[in-house]
Design a protein around this ligand. Structure first.
Ligand code: ADP
Ligand code: MG
Length: 456
């Protein structure tokens, strides 16, 4: 197979990587990569920036190597270089400066909102704990902060409440301002933007508002799920988006769901949202929750024993805001009493928190939502049919009933048309595995949960 061109070989590698990664990951790491040369067993791959280089080298080198070797046995070594003649290379001075700033740990205090920018200085990328649930979103944010308007435009970050979207968005803004203070950045929550637009239309000052937005180098709009189904505001936002985009100005958006699921947003705007990079933030795992608690402890005047932190991390699972709230609650008690609480006291103190953080829903809501989501009737869900189109929703319903209502396996079985408890256990485990290995499954469950909990 030695007479393949470099381009063909690389296409083969990309094809293989595409099947291994989620779409978002694949685009992030392999967009604008190619083979520059292949000589004497040495392959040189060009990547668009230093950030991608490091990541691809550390995470994917082995797989890339194996793919390459299948196509050309003589390959022994891969080198990655930054630079691609098709797109502008990042300014190396910016990168160097950046690394320098990364090493400076800033001590920020609470309620540290800069009146000029509306940014909370405490939301830094340095202070953002990275784990598997937010790795991609964080990486994409770094890449964007270092290559404004050049790598992923727009950057669209989505995830449930309290998982760090605002922190990340403001972190990007703070980083840009630190590295390049002359950049004009607007961070704006969607509700504020919508009300500015409506007011602008009403007071005939809309041209001024539009100009103000369009003069920015970076426009960051938080929580776009709050875009109202109002044509006039979406028209203006669409025009502003295009205006900025066409001049390579960076746009960053967040939402609680992926663009496709934004039902109030017009198609043309949604497809703009999808045109760059989409990264999700998921539920943090235990390691990450513990890491967040340790990070938040750094700025506190008191200390807590590890077992307390472990207890909090074990019991508060769904939301980092709640995790922080629980921590602050314990700290307040330490402050008041002047001593560390025993684990028993911690349990008592957090009881209300832990109960409140369980999702509140009913079996009925879950079942109805799953049926609606997959467009099947309740009868079909309960039937004994083995059709894939029915088995999958049924298994997902079982999984959600188990996870979100804590029902017993036999209860779930009888609710779903008299299934055996072993069938339920099988379904539950199967979905857990799939969530781990299959990005689409994870997203589907996420979407169904959005529906379940937004209804309440
Ligand atoms: P969202 O905008 O997604 O609802 P926020 O960005 O407001 O969530 O995050 C809620 C709280 O959790 C904030 O205080 C934030 O600093 C903290 N937080 C979230 N994710 C992280 C993280 N990865 N590392 C450190 N703190 C985090
Ligand atoms: Mg937010």
């Amino acid at each position: 197979m030695n007479n393949l061109t470099n381009e063909e070989i690389w296409r083969g590698v990309l094809g293989e990587m595409e099947t291994l990664l989620s779409k978002a990951s694949f685009t992030t790491w392999f967009k604008d990569t190619r083979i520059i040369s292949k000589e004497n067993g040495q392959v040189v791959i060009s990547v668009p920036n230093g950030f991608v280089k490091e990541w691809v080298q550390n995470k994917f080198n082995k797989q890339i190597f194996q793919c390459l070797k299948q196509m050309d046995e003589e390959i022994r070594e891969i080198n990655y270089v930054v630079g691609n003649p098709f797109i502008k290379t990042p300014d190396s001075r910016v990168l160097a400066k950046d690394i320098h700033f990364e090493q400076i740990q800033e001590n920020t205090s609470d309620a540290d909102i800069d009146p000029k920018t509306n940014l909370n200085r405490k939301y830094t990328l340095d202070g953002f704990v990275v784990g598997t649930s937010n790795e991609l979103a964080h990486a994409a944010s770094m890449a964007v902060a270092m290559n404004l308007g050049r790598v992923y435009n727009p950057l669209f970050i989505y995830g449930g409440v309290g998982l760090g979207k605002t922190h990340l968005l403001q972190g990007i803004a703070n980083k840009i301002l630190k590295d390049t203070p002359d950049k004009k950045i607007l961070y704006i929550p969607t509700e504020k933007m919508v009300s500015e637009l409506i007011e602008g239309i009403r007071n005939k000052t809309i041209e001024e508002v539009k100009t103000r937005y369009s003069q920015k180098d970076v426009l960051i709009v938080d929580d776009v799920q709050f875009l109202a189904a109002k044509e006039s505001t979406q028209d203006i936002f669409f025009a502003t988006f295009n205006n900025l985009y066409n001049r390579n100005k960076q746009i960053i958006l967040s939402s609680d769901r992926p663009p496709k699921a934004l039902s109030a947003v017009e198609e043309r705007l949604k497809s703009r949202f999808e045109g760059g990079m989409i990264a999700d933030i998921g539920i943090p795992d235990y390691e990450m929750r513990l890491a967040v608690l340790k990070m938040k402890m750094k700025n506190k005047p008191v200390s807590l024993p590890d077992e307390t932190l472990q207890y909090i991390a074990t019991n508060i699972q769904k939301n980092i805001r709640e995790l922080e709230g629980a921590l602050n609650r314990i700290i307040a008690v330490v402050d008041l009493t002047g001593r560390e609480p025993a684990l028993r006291d911690v349990e008592k103190l957090l009881k209300a928190y832990i109960q409140a953080s369980y999702r509140k829903t009913s079996a009925q809501t879950i079942i109805k939502t799953v049926c609606d989501f997959y467009g099947i009737s309740l009868n079909e869900l309960l039937k004994k049919s083995r059709k894939t189109s029915l088995v999958k929703p049924r298994q997902i319903a079982m999984y959600l009933l188990r996870e979100d209502t804590k029902s017993s396996y036999p209860d779930i079985g009888s609710r779903l048309g008299g299934k055996d408890h072993s069938t339920v256990i099988h379904a539950y485990r199967k979905i857990i595995n799939e969530i781990d290995s299959n990005e689409n499954m994870k997203q589907e469950i996420g979407l169904i949960r959005e529906r379940i909990y937004n209804k309440a």
